[in-house]
Design a binder for this molecule. Structure first.
Ligand SMILES: NC(=O)c1ccc[n+]([C@@H]2O[C@H](COP(=O)([O-])OP(=O)(O)OC[C@H]3O[C@@H](n4cnc5c(N)ncnc54)[C@H](OP(=O)(O)O)[C@@H]3O)[C@@H](O)[C@H]2O)c1
Length: 238
């Protein structure tokens, strides 16, 4: 059990669970007592994660889904509710960073980056919102100030700007039901992918995945009941 956050019994759907951030988040929410529905396109990666975290069938389900497809997002949410009888918390950690400039981004890459980083989040939120209770929580991940633009990663920046507007707009719509919607805006997180992409970076200054998990735990807890529509920068020490 996490020393400060108790989410015993809370059913938590985590997209992007097999990613560098998702693995730490799944571990932290399991430790806090949540029951988990973990999602990825790869059954093997989900099995590896479950084994590493020490998850068993009683408090966790593993689901393969390609969340660029709205039908798969609907099915995922329906299966989670069917399995656990409820859904309390949605953590949208899905994403895929990709470089690309205005002149060289193909139609196919534009559509795929938008589908992976933005449309997927919308599909899961839309499917989940009808099931969430009055103290339900949705937490998304944007990125470091994409609203100011980001040359060289054009489609990704546009998608993350969309996640920010989606978060704030849904927070306004769902506020009357007591459902809270917030987003984190991390700078570089110390993930294996970032270590590969930035071999000369100083990872000791980056945000640790466990620090992302701690903020998500807080935002998912009753202690954060007054917070909705917030965009929370996680700058680490950069
Ligand atoms: N790492 C950073 O420095 C950083 C900074 C700012 C924001 N973020 C954001 O934080 C989130 C987590 O980042 P991360 O570093 O953990 O990313 P990551 O390691 O690349 O993991 C991405 C996750 O998304 C899943 N995914 C990708 N495409 C999918 C699809 N079509 N359907 C279903 N699942 C899919 C992947 O699962 P499978 O491949 O197994 O399907 C994986 O679990 C992302 O939204 C990212 O944009 C990260």
């Amino acid at each position: 059990m996490n020393a400060t956050v108790d989410l015993t019994g809370k059913v938590t759907l985590i997209t992007g669970a097999t990613g560098g951030v998702g693995r730490a988040v799944a571990t932290a929410f399991h430790t806090a007592g949540a029951r988990l529905a973990l999602v990825s396109r790869s059954h093997d990666r989900l099995e590896n994660l479950a084994a590493k975290v020490g998850l068993d069938d009683t408090g966790c389900i593993l689901r393969e889904a390609d969340l660029r497809d709205p039908a798969q997002a609907e099915r995922l949410v329906a299966e989670t509710v069917s399995c656990f009888g409820r859904l309390d918390i949605v953590l949208n950690l899905i994403g895929s960073w990709e470089a690309g400039r205005l002149a060289t981004t193909s139609d196919e890459r534009w559509q795929d980056v938008l589908a992976t980083n933005l449309h997927s989040v919308f599909y899961v939120m839309r499917a989940a919102a009808v099931h969430l209770p009055d103290d339900g929580v949705i937490l998304n991940i944007g990125g470091e100030l994409p609203i100011e633009g980001r040359g060289g990663q054009l489609a990704y920046a546009v998608a993350k700007s969309g996640v920010i507007t989606l978060t704030k707009s849904a927070a306004l719509e769902l506020k009357e039901r007591g459902i809270r919607v917030n987003a984190l805006l991390p700078k570089n997180v110390d993930t294996p992918l970032n270590r590969t992409l930035r071999p000369n970076g100083d990872a000791s200054l980056w945000v640790q995945p466990e620090q992302v998990a701690n903020v998500l735990l807080f935002l998912a807890s009753p202690a954060a009941a007054a917070i909705t529509g917030a965009l929370i920068p996680l700058d680490g020490r950069e």
